[in-house]
Design a protein around this ligand. Sequence first.
Ligand SMILES: Nc1ncnc2c1ncn2[C@@H]1O[C@H](COP(=O)(O)OP(=O)(O)OP(=O)(O)O)[C@@H](O)[C@H]1O
Length: 254
Amino acid sequence: MTDQVQVDPVWAGGLSQRAGGSGSSGDWILRDCSLQLPRAALTAIVGPSGAGKTSLMYCLSGLDRPHEGRVLLDGTDIYGLGRERRAKYLRSTVGFVFQQYNLISYLNVEENVLLPEQLAGRRVPREQVTAMLTQFGLQDKRETAASALSGGEQQRVALCRAMLLRPSIVFADEPTGALDSANSQLVLRILRDLTVQGTTVVMVTHDIDAAALADRVVFMRDGSITGVSGRLDSDAILTRMRQLPVTGAASRGN
Ligand SMILES: Nc1ncnc2c1ncn2[C@@H]1O[C@H](COP(=O)(O)OP(=O)(O)OP(=O)(O)O)[C@@H](O)[C@H]1O
């Protein structure tokens, strides 16, 4: 019999970051941030503009090495890996979705979804692509150029691309930021469905209604995590955001 050790998919300890990246001597933009997130949950990171939400997500997801601190994804210390091994590990573990979709406008839906794998010299079975396009309601758009899609469709293509290799963790930076209400609902429903299937989803959002759908809400201000809660309704999230203490993140010596 083997012991099943339950590992948090996202664990961060003592993350601090300077403007301009880990090697820079810029101002502190993240200060001693620690958190652990449960598997198969939707987490929203909220806070005022400039609070450090995107910076935290970039450090958590391997896009930006922190000046100090550690990040474990599925139990692996990602910044303890060399650059190549980290890239390989992240490719198989993490998916990314951004506000601006990052699609190539003249490529069609299928080509956009497959692009990262093609650039990496890997083939994806056609049935797998078909299954993913169907899951995201894009089966009829397979050969449509990205430039001819609505914003909601483009974001679904970006989600499909992020999920193609079934990553266990998805990081989304303002995934509904450029969408109207109906398309926001659709994208949020897809993110929720992913958690039901076992994926851990972490999103940065200004959208309080989106945050109210999250299982966990991380509150930030001035580069610090000021609180973590379970599910809250929109009013409670707004109230907690207004009550956040000012922590003076930039006060530590430079
Ligand atoms: N590369 C950089 N160089 C200089 N300053 C930076 C850099 N990246 C971020 N900052 C600063 O760090 C702070 C946090 O930025 P960040 O984008 O993480 O905040 P945010 O909470 O995501 O903001 P928003 O909600 O407006 O997107 C801001 O004051 C920002 O100007």
